[in-house]
Design a protein around this ligand. Structure first.
Ligand code: LLP
Length: 393
């Protein structure tokens, strides 16, 4: 049975950090981040693979510079993310810029800084990028984002590659987009881009994606059209139920799918845009119990962290492990709803959670919160944004 000290050791969270940092705060284990990045780099070594970190998962400047040190590219979705990635030291040539609604201003920021690739999601966007690039006397590499109509078997709100989603260009319109991109003078059509969805733990949709891509490559090759790279997006899931047992995603299995099923052409690169699998497990949200409250049929643990700090449970019914760092796991257990202080009934971080008997002042860790935690935090109810703090073992 884990003691309170065991749990803190596992997280590499020291009593000094706890004493010095006001709750709530995000705590990042940079040792785990480093091992994760090393594991990715060793899986792709010897293959023409390039991993772009999806900055939307977590744009914390310290994490960004740590990731940039490992030679990764950056996958960006706004002018703000472009500037943050430049600041952190990602090379512009290894950046790609995605998004269905890039504004003219954001496109110009990308062009000014020489972003490597624009992932384009519609015909009008191709035309606008061409015009803006022309007016700046530049030529730009683009990839067309294809909507492959494959169900990622993940939560409806984080599925992106089916025909009803707003993302990408459907396969039946792809011919038109390819023709337009090739005809526009300031664009160089370099790749095809795909993204199925997020938190995917079933690899079968990726196998289906490889089949779709193989078919498209054959089709375009017959027409004498080749692509410098294929980008298969991100989406690899992590183990939210047992982060200690699986502190890293199964990168071997994931990259293995593409190694086995995708028929890359000679000199063709394969690009990935991973977010959650890189930063998800290295972050925990650390919070303090404000009150424990008994209602008619429930017991509530009320934290000083809520949906403004971590919105995933309220927005996607996401489950995160909750641990009491003060009580450890010893002694009797109770069932609690762990809630935040925000004036919304969806401000629940975990329902029917088994915890040791919990008291006012206890420190609580909400695990696997490194991805889409801090980056989705808000100031609703005029609350402060959570702080962040880091450790290396
Ligand atoms: N590439 C594209 C085009 C994307 O839209 C996304 C995520 C990624 C890459 C990175 O996906 P990842 O490897 O992190 O799964 N807020 C939600 C997840 C939204 C994902 C949005 N797109 C959550 O908290 O589960």
């Amino acid at each position: 049975m884990s003691t309170s000290q065991n749990i803190k050791d596992q997280l590499h969270l020291t009593d000094e950090v706890l004493a010095a940092t006001p709750t709530p705060f995000y705590f990042y284990d940079l040792g785990l981040l480093d091992s994760t990045l090393e594991c990715i780099n060793s899986e792709i070594a010897g293959y023409p693979y390039v991993v772009h970190y999806a900055v939307k998962a977590n744009g914390n400047p310290r994490l960004l510079s740590e990731i940039a040190r490992y030679g990764m590219g950056a996958d960006l979705v706004s002018g703000g993310e472009i500037l943050a990635a430049l600041q952190a030291g990602f090379p512009p040539g290894l950046m790609n810029y995605s998004g269905v609604g890039k504004t003219d201003r954001e496109i110009c920021i990308g062009l000014e800084h020489g972003i490597g690739i624009f992932n384009v999601e519609s015909l009008p966007e191709l035309e606008v990028i061409d015009q803006l690039a022309g007016s700046m006397g530049k030529a730009v590499r683009v990839a067309i984002r294809v909507n492959p109509d494959i169900d990622a078997h993940t939560h409806r709100y984080i599925t992106t590659g089916t025909a009803d989603d707003k993302f990408g260009i459907s396969i039946d319109r792809l011919g038109q987009a390819v023709e337009l991109a090739r005809s526009l003078p300031h664009l160089h059509l370099s790749g095809l881009h795909f993204h199925l969805g997020s938190q995917m733990t079933d690899m079968r949709p990726y196998v289906m994606l490889c089949d779709v891509i193989n078919g498209l490559l054959d089709h375009y090759e017959e027409q004498g059209i080749t692509f410098e790279f294929i980008n298969v997006g991100g989406g690899l899931g992590i183990d939210y139920d047992d982060p200690d047992e699986h502190p890293m995603a199964d990168f071997g299995q994931y990259f293995g799918v593409f190694k086995r099923h995708l028929r890359l052409r000679p000199h063709q690169q394969l690009h990935f845009e991973l977010g959650r699998a890189i930063v998800g497990q290295c972050g925990s949200l650390i919070s303090r119990v404000v009150f424990v409250k008994e209602a008619r049929s429930k017991r509530f643990v009320i934290l000083d962290a809520g949906m403004t700090d971590l919105v995933r449970p309220a927005l996607y019914h996401a489950r995160h492990q909750v641990q009491n760092l003060t009580a450890g796991c010893s002694g009797g257990q109770e069932t609690y709803d762990v809630v935040g202080p925000v004036c919304e009934s969806t401000d629940v971080l975990a329902r029917d959670c088994r915890l040791p008997v919990t008291h006012r002042g206890d420190i609580i860790a909400i695990r696997s919160a490194g991805a889409y935690g801090e980056s989705m935090a808000s100031t609703y109810n005029m609350r402060s944004l959570p702080l962040s703090c880091f450790t290396k073992p």
